[in-house]
Design a protein around this ligand. Structure first.
Ligand SMILES: [Zn+2]
Length: 229
């Protein structure tokens, strides 16, 4: 459904009330509506909420902008849900990142640009995910009863994760390295359950509730955290 410049993903299912949500990181709009409502009725409802939708989108996108990092000393960076202060050290050794209490020590060569710092940091985040994701997958495979063939990390603007069901391959958003581990695990479990069920239907919800009973609270937490933070 298209309302001016706003694209709305519409899902009709067996529910009692209309649910409208604007989701990070890009401010995607989704309406879940009861089966009996006509598209015109839903459209009118959406129009009445346009002001609210725009406000939410502005907030979400504002958070994303704020979180653009400059790689200055004492700047805040996140890792696994914890906040660290950046300390930049210039020296001639190969670049590296070391966590020390509340500090994240970034060692780079003199003259390293902001962009290069970002690349080094992203590589480090990617590497940290590579250490932990295989453990999460290995833990859940026998429990859920699926085999993940392959997985990868991508920078994604609108999704925390995706699953290619035929290939049994998971894609995870690099941003997850910054989020609490339970959020990362929730996304991995969610994508693994897609191997059993493609759609977000009752069967899917049954598995989510079974394997990740706290998923709703975790999802809310994840979506309330600053994007890119
Ligand atoms: Zn899904």
């Amino acid at each position: 459904m298209q309302l001016g410049d706003i694209e709305i993903e519409l899902v009709q299912k067996d529910i009692k009330n209309v649910h409208l949500s604007v989701m990070p990181p890009a401010g995607r709009v989704r309406i879940a509506a009861p089966l009996h409502l006509s598209e015109d009725t839903i459209r009118l409802y959406a129009i009445s909420k346009l002001g609210w939708i725009r406000t939410q989108q502005r907030k979400i996108r504002g958070q994303a902008r704020e979180s653009k990092r400059l790689f200055l000393n004492k700047e805040t960076h996140y890792f696994q849900g914890r906040k660290y202060l950046l300390r930049i050290h210039f020296n001639e050794t190969p670049s590296r990142i070391i966590l020390k209490k509340k500090y994240i020590d970034l060692h780079v060569r003199p003259g390293t640009s902001q962009e290069q710092c970002q690349v080094i940091m992203d590589a480090w985040y990617r590497n940290e995910l590579k250490k932990i994701v295989p453990q999460i997958i290995a833990y859940w495979q026998p429990k859920i009863g699926v085999q993940v063939k392959d997985w990868g990390i991508k920078k994604m603007r609108t999704k925390w994760g995706t699953c290619n069901i035929e290939e049994r391959r998971l894609w995870l958003n690099l941003e997850l390295a910054k989020k609490p581990l339970e959020c990362l695990e929730y996304i991995v479990v969610h994508e693994m359950i897609h191997i059993l069920e493609r759609r977000h239907n009752d069967k899917f919800l049954y598995y989510m509730n079974k394997y990740s009973p706290q998923w709703k609270a975790i999802k809310e937490k994840l979506n309330s955290l600053p994007v890119g933070g």
